[in-house]
Design a protein around this ligand. Structure first.
Ligand SMILES: NC(=O)c1ccc[n+]([C@@H]2O[C@H](COP(=O)([O-])OP(=O)(O)OC[C@H]3O[C@@H](n4cnc5c(N)ncnc54)[C@H](OP(=O)(O)O)[C@@H]3O)[C@@H](O)[C@H]2O)c1
Length: 217
């Protein structure tokens, strides 16, 4: 089994990390500081396959990297990484360009929606890294357990590199996803990220995040 770096100590990073360790991967969780308390507690509960470090050391550690940082910080975090830590690697981007500054519900940053997206900006900022956008349209628990939703939900994926998408599909399949829809190059991140306003309104209506989108044929 391989090594995976997770950038982010929130519920998404910790949930994905737990699942990857269950699957047999070694995982390093990265944060702004080397000994983030949440990350240390997360690793302690998981044993020797889990470790913690900075964003840079987690990226260096992984042959695949998950970006689970806050949307407004994602570009700064990723731009701060050394080329050596990310070059030619697959980076699975789960972040959403949500602006919470005016309260709930958040909006998408205008400069990162409609004719642009966070996924595209990340790909532009990291031209030698293979960005794949996916999983950002479900709650953290559903990302690694789609079976908790009745009726086989769909998951979108996009990115410029076919081999990177195939590697990502393998991981998604290990997470339990069966209906994975490749929408094409990274510009498809516009549509995938623009599902968030619908997702958030639905979550507010239902009172929880235990739902997902399904494409019916
Ligand atoms: N929560 C969900 O169920 C869900 C579902 C779908 C998609 N997403 C997306 O997944 C991403 C992670 O969400 P989350 O809820 O797990 O965590 P989050 O609270 O959105 O982000 C946590 C991570 O962002 C980093 N961060 C925050 N502000 C920063 C700053 N100013 N500079 C550098 N780093 C900063 C934190 O660093 P430290 O570790 O140093 O504190 C932490 O690692 C988000 O982009 C979110 O939109 C979340």
């Amino acid at each position: 089994m391989g090594k995976i770096g997770i950038l982010g100590t929130g519920v998404v990073g910790s949930t994905i990390g737990i699942k990857l360790i269950e699957l047999g991967y070694e995982v390093k969780m990265g944060s702004r500081i080397p000994k983030n308390e949440k990350a240390l507690a997360w690793a302690k509960s998981l044993g020797e396959k889990a470790s913690v470090g900075t964003f840079e050391s987690a990226a260096s550690f992984g042959s695949i990297i998950f970006n689970c940082t806050k949307g407004e910080a994602a570009l700064d975090v990723l731009k701060s990484l050394s080329t050596a830590s990310i070059e030619n690697k697959v980076l699975i981007d789960i972040s959403n360009p949500l602006d919470f500054s005016k309260g709930m519900p958040p909006s998408l940053y205008p400069s990162l929606s409609n004719t642009n997206s966070l996924g595209e900006e990340i790909q532009k900022a990291l031209p030698h890294t293979k960005i794949v956008k996916t999983l950002n349209i479900v709650s953290a628990g559903t990302m690694v357990n789609p079976g908790n939703i009745q009726g086989e939900p769909s998951m979108f994926i996009c990115g410029n590199d076919g081999a990177a998408k195939s590697e990502t599909v393998k991981l998604l399949t290990q997470f339990g996803w069966k209906d994975i829809i490749d929408l094409g190059d990274i510009t498809a991140a516009r549509g995938i990220e623009m599902l968030l306003p619908v997702w958030i309104r639905t979550m507010q209506l239902m009172g929880n995040g235990n739902f997902a989108f399904k494409v019916l044929r």
